[in-house]
Ligand binder design. Structure first.
Ligand SMILES: NC(=O)c1ccc[n+]([C@@H]2O[C@H](COP(=O)([O-])OP(=O)(O)OC[C@H]3O[C@@H](n4cnc5c(N)ncnc54)[C@H](OP(=O)(O)O)[C@@H]3O)[C@@H](O)[C@H]2O)c1
Length: 243
């Protein structure tokens, strides 16, 4: 499929895991792609490995000034942004009794506050036909022990997608959420064996998602094939939050 031919895409947090799979998929579908990540060596290596039309930019998704500079660089290089993916996120466990203000702040700084200046800056380079995908989580809708701050941050992100849709749809810009279930990345590898087994036992399809499966959903929502889908949450979760 080449649904992204002539489109310019930016994946914030595109150097690893789900973000990398999305960048690879968008490039394979014909887009010119820019990715951000914090490690210059990783970003350069990954960008080169995806293909010649990929630009790697060093930026911390939790630092507005760095993301704004990266977005300016994309605009300078490509002239505009048609597709924006806000993927960077953290998930660190803490039960209510072990919760700390620092842990709450860490989640909300990156997962919620991070996407706001990024979307705001990218909007200046986006016109009618543009599409934004926020990477949420099915944790926004279910209770997962020790994931309170993470889940709350993803619920906030899902809420932003509704408001931004109401604000941006009149300008022809669509905003949607892709919410993965447990997915086979470094984030999941950091989950303890007991929690991992408990999660797996709840998944109707009986396995973790592959990052490529999440990327397929994001690519669909970013493409013109999804031209009448706005403000939606597409769950890629093997059914775990659906049954
Ligand atoms: N894996 C799952 O089971 C799962 C399930 C539901 C939702 N998700 C969501 O999917 C997204 C991608 O996660 P992943 O599974 O692909 O995990 P991952 O491989 O650990 O990737 C995490 C991403 O977040 C960025 N990041 C991590 N810590 C950061 C920090 N302190 N400051 C700035 N950026 C930081 C990373 O960028 P750098 O390159 O700069 O490190 C990377 O792009 C996240 O939003 C996550 O919540 C994942």
């Amino acid at each position: 499929m080449a649904r992204m031919t002539d489109k310019i895409a930016l994946v914030v947090g595109g150097a690893k895991g789900i973000g990398l799979a999305i960048a690879e998929r968008l490039a394979a579908e014909g887009a010119s792609v820019a990715i951000t990540g914090r490690s210059s060596s990783e970003v350069a290596k990954v960008a080169a490995s995806i293909g010649p039309k990929v630009r790697g930019l060093v930026a911390d998704a939790g630092k507005p000034e760095e993301i704004e500079a990266a977005i300016s660089a994309v605009q300078e290089t490509f002239g505009r942004i048609d597709a924006l993916v806000l993927n960077a996120g953290i998930s660190e466990p803490a039960s209510l009794e072990a919760e700390s203000a620092e842990n709450v702040d860490r989640h909300f700084t990156l997962n919620v506050r991070g996407p706001v200046p990024a979307a705001k800056a990218a909007l200046k380079a986006m016109s009618a036909g543009g599409s934004i995908v926020l990477i949420g989580s099915i944790a926004d809708a279910i209770g997962v022990p020790t994931r309170g701050s993470y889940s709350a941050s993803k619920a906030a992100l899902r809420s932003y997608a509704r408001t931004w849709t109401a604000e941006l749809a009149p300008r022809g810009i669509r905003v949607n959420v892709v919410s993965p279930g447990p997915t086979d990345t470094a984030m999941m590898a950091a989950v303890g064996a007991e929690e991992r087994a408990a999660l797996l036992s709840l998944i109707p399809l009986g396995r973790l998602a592959r990052p490529e499966e999440v990327a397929a959903a994001a690519a669909f929502l970013l493409s013109d094939e999804a031209s009448y889908i706005a403000g939606a949450e597409l769950c890629v979760d093997g059914g775990v939050a659906q049954v």
